[in-house]
Design a binder for this molecule. Structure first.
Ligand SMILES: [Zn+2]
Length: 244
């Protein structure tokens, strides 16, 4: 079975509201509920696009109400280390390489802000995809979150107390293999052409799209041999191409 999932990164009170609204309208048109990553206390200048919107958290609440999956996407979205962690896409991280105490504090503060705004996130993904085992321990100690969106694999797998749903691609392309394929997008950065392509790809592949809240995570097993191989090949390819 082939499943396509959509992840939207970098929602915060200073985001580009008009772009997010257009993306939301497209997803509503196709009845797709994505996973959306919320930065609870954004200090990243790149995400300070507009004036702070006082109704931001109401919007997050409405997303949650219509079935969108909500993720804690870091705390302040500022890189504080050059470690790459267990999903080494980049040598920069808000989390990987920090002490457990530091990571616990970030998670605790992030969850506090979300709870204050009546949001109970069930997912986590880190800025730049980088986190380490301490991030998982911190999440376990400070939150109810037991699902991570990231890493390279063919399908969701179990890692200790967590379920990991892979996130393999930063743009749409038809995938010839069975599996659970998450495409991640940054609505703040999308041009009109990007948005048109986004709409067209979903229309042309509409039979494969699933909502995050519809995927069955009951019988998720450990990482398969084929997924381990895919991950190995992916990171070897990046190394050879000098992408990191
Ligand atoms: Zn981000």
């Amino acid at each position: 079975m082939k499943q396509y999932l959509i992840r939207l990164d970098d929602a915060c009170p200073t985001m580009n509201f008009s772009r997010w609204r257009v993306i939301e309208e497209i997803l509503d048109k196709y009845h797709i509920a994505p996973l959306v990553g919320i930065v609870p206390s954004c200090e990243d200048q790149k995400l300070m696009i507009g004036a702070e919107d006082p109704s931001f958290w109401e919007r997050v609440f409405s997303w949650s109400n219509k079935g969108w999956a909500i993720a804690l996407h870091g705390y302040n979205h500022v890189y504080s280390s050059t470690a790459a962690g267990i999903n080494p896409l980049w040598n920069r991280s808000e989390f990987a390489g920090l002490s457990l105490d530091e990571q616990r504090e970030k998670i605790r503060r992030g969850i506090d802000i979300m709870k204050k705004n009546h949001i109970d996130p069930q997912y986590f993904f880190a800025p730049s995809h980088t986190f380490d085992n301490n991030t998982l321990i911190a999440l376990k100690k400070e939150s109810n979150i037991r699902i991570i969106s990231d890493t390279i694999a063919f399908e969701a797998y179990r890692k200790d107390d967590f379920i990991i749903i892979p996130c393999q691609l930063g743009h749409f392309r038809a995938i010839p293999f069975a599996g659970t394929w998450t495409f991640c997008f940054h609505p703040n950065m999308m041009s009109e052409t990007d948005i048109k392509t986004f709409d067209e790809f979903i229309y042309n592949n509409r039979d494969f799209f699933y909502s995050f809240d519809k995927i069955d995570l009951c019988n998720v097993k450990g990482k398969s041999l084929s997924s381990k191989l895919l991950s190995f090949m992916y990171f070897t390819y990046r190394k050879v191409r000098g992408l990191k």
